[in-house]
Design a protein around this ligand. Structure first.
Ligand code: KMH
Ligand code: ZN
Length: 277
């Protein structure tokens, strides 16, 4: 079990509308300000989706590159770009995300129903992303929406080798309508299946919507790490909207300290994840 807790903030995502949630960071200035606040209260990694001038999700290569540069210059956080994008993004655009040279990228391990939509991740696309990330020196975070995707990851690593950096880190995204539930039982099933992955594999978990707290508590108690943010929940408590991403990070950091596994600094997180300093 790790002695500290890796906290990732996912501040924006591709699904929440700025019109519905004014506190959502969508401009580069808002994103950098959010990143600084979250780093100050315990985040080590930022999982980034960017928005265009219309506040809609985009994979514009120039904006992605500017975003990586700004976050690297103005924070110490590990910058992880989403290669998942929005459900409508074509594979070619999702592959091009790597050209922005992030330290990390997300890599979803299978197709999953996603509310009324389908989040497509063909096997051949997964292999291509895995290989291109290794060639580009980008450390993956394997996103797991259902238990079987861990079996797919074991097969991928067996057939195509370890990722850049040699360390395997997975993130359980729980409670998506169409994916696995955000329950302690599902978390335990996933944590148990991690034993079929290479020795030293680490895991984090996030629960969508009202599953945020149960998943956070289950992950901490199972020796896992945490992801929180407005990509995953915009409600702090029943009837109480999230005020800021830092509010969610601060709560997660408080639980981590109570569990005697305080938040890792970005440099400690780089060491854990095999991200070059
Ligand atoms: N927006 C979802 C369709 C990722 O960032 O890699 C995909 C997602 C996963 O959020
Ligand atoms: Zn995402």
């Amino acid at each position: 079990m790790s002695t500290g807790t890796l906290i990732t903030v996912a501040p924006t995502g591709a699904e929440v509308a700025k019109a519905d949630v004014p506190a959502l960071p969508v401009t580069l200035d808002e994103l950098v300000a959010t990143a600084k606040e979250c780093e100050a209260v315990g985040a080590a990694v930022i999982h980034v989706h960017v928005r265009g001038a219309d506040a809609k999700p985009t994979l514009d290569p120039g904006l992605l590159r500017d975003t990586v540069t700004a976050l690297r210059e103005q924070t110490g956080l590990i910058v992880q770009l989403s290669t998942g994008g929005a459900v409508t993004d074509p594979e070619s655009d999702r592959l091009r995300v790597l050209e922005a040279e992030p330290e990390m990228g997300s890599l979803t391990m299978g197709t999953v129903n996603f509310g009324d939509d389908v989040f497509m991740n063909r096997p051949a696309f997964i292999v291509e992303l895995h290989q291109r990330m290794r060639d580009a020196g980008v450390v993956p975070e394997y996103e797991i929406f259902d238990l079987g995707q861990l079996t797919s990851l074991a097969r991928l690593l067996d057939r195509h080798g370890l990722p850049y950096g040699g360390h395997v880190h997975v993130d359980f995204v729980m409670g998506v309508p169409g994916g696995m539930p955000g329950t302690t039982e599902a978390l335990v099933a996933c944590a148990s299946a991690v034993r079929d992955l290479p020795a030293g594999t680490t895991f984090a978990a996030t629960g969508i919507g009202r599953t945020t707290l149960p998943v956070l508590l289950a992950s901490l108690s199972a020796g896992g790490h945490l992801r929180v943010g407005m990509e995953d929940t915009v409600t702090y408590a029943k009837g109480q909207p999230v005020e800021s991403n830092a509010q969610l990070v601060a709560r997660a950091a408080g639980f981590a300290r109570l569990a005697q596994r305080p938040p890792l600094s970005p440099d400690q997180a780089r060491e854990l994840l095999g991200v070059p300093a």
